[in-house]
Design a protein around this ligand. Sequence first.
Ligand code: HEM
Length: 123
Amino acid sequence: MDTTARAAVAGLLLFLVFLTGIWLSRRGRPLKVGISTLHKLVGLAAGVLLLVTIYQRNRVVPLDAAEWIAIVVTSLCFLGTVVSGALLTSDDPMPVAVLRVHQVVPVLTALSSGATLYLLLGL
Ligand code: HEM
């Protein structure tokens, strides 16, 4: 996959995670299993694409300090998104703060993923 296609697919996947997340939220509780699974799978696909991009770019040209910083920040954002998402998936009622975290951290995840791809792919 060339650079432009990779950036476009990553952008599309991230957009789809937001779309399925909002769809999931709007359908209310109990969560719709199909939408919830789709939401997680698209999120997983975005994470895997990012990891593969990091691995392949590092093999061609070793990553520099700024790129590593972007990768660490993005990984922490992904972790926060996955943990808050996993808590929201539970049937037990969660404090509203968890939903707030899962509304804010995904935006940070998308922004930092964009910045990481920008640095790594030299767009
Ligand atoms: C890059 C990854 C992800 C992004 C960008 C993302 C984004 C979102 C967004 C924007 C919402 C809608 C929030 C709202 O409308 O108020 C949402 C809802 C939700 N997400 Fe995610 N999410 C991601 C990953 C995950 C993962 C990995 C899980 C589960 C392990 C998860 C579970 C949920 C659940 C359960 C809801 C519904 C919350 C509710 O309304 O109670 N998400 N997500």
